[in-house]
Design a protein around this ligand. Structure first.
Ligand code: 3PG
Length: 209
């Protein structure tokens, strides 16, 4: 578990990806890696998710490829089998989370309130997705939640963009941010991997600034 969170501390952004066509997996992974962000969360919102994880992990073994929108234990199994290095979910489904923990698999469920945090803490989790970040109160909410739960580190996702990224990352409770702005579906579908690489490079510049 620790190794992945350590890597995320360095990577600082997780591109949240929706892929319909496995043929896009390799060029997308290349664009992210060439752009300086060798990391992706492939969401189980499409039938192609597991295959895309498999392709990216095989073609770019150094890339940190995880699975997102994992809603069930069965999907978690599919993701693990495909080679996902971590599992992310929008909410905290105890059955799915316990399944991952039983297999000693890194799992980062989503929460946006104290009850969610306490449920996660009772399961031994202190690294959590904060979702949907902006509409749940953004950075102010993270700061408010950190008062009673100083041990928690957050991965805000949902509404993060090039304008607010820097402010989130400046908060010591934020390990990394998730976002889709550099991997928008229309860019993937139109094969505009050049633009994806450019947006990724810009994001990396923000992190290292
Ligand atoms: C999502 O659910 O798609 C992720 O949270 C990404 O959100 P974003 O599109 O606002 O970056």
């Amino acid at each position: 578990m620790h190794k992945i969170t350590e890597q995320l501390k360095f990577t600082r952004i997780i591109p949240v990806v929706v892929l319909d066509d496995p043929a896009d997996a390799k060029p997308l992974a290349k664009a992210l890696c060439d752009g300086g962000l060798p990391c992706a969360e492939i969401t189980f919102r499409t039938e192609a998710a597991a295959e895309c994880i498999q392709i990216m992990s095989k073609e770019f073994p150094d890339m940190l490829v995880g699975a997102g929108t994992v809603l069930t234990a069965a999907q978690a199994d599919q993701a693990m089998k495909a080679g996902a290095r971590f599992i992310v979910s929008p909410g905290l489904n105890p059955a799915m989370v316990k399944h991952c923990l039983k297999k000693k698999y890194p799992v980062f469920p989503g929460i946006n309130n104290p009850t969610g945090i306490e449920t996660a803490l009772s399961m031994g989790l202190t690294f959590l997705k904060f979702f949907p970040a902006e509409v749940s109160g953004g950075l102010e909410m993270i700061k408010a939640l950190s008062a009673p739960y100083p041990q928690v580190r957050f991965m805000p996702t949902g509404g993060i963009n090039p304008e607010n990224l820097h402010t989130y990352l400046a908060c010591d409770k934020v390990t990394a941010c998730g976002g889709s702005w550099m991997v928008k579906e229309e860019l993937i579908k139109s094969g505009n991997f050049e633009e994806i690489q450019k947006l990724t490079q810009e994001a990396v510049r923000t992190i290292r600034a």
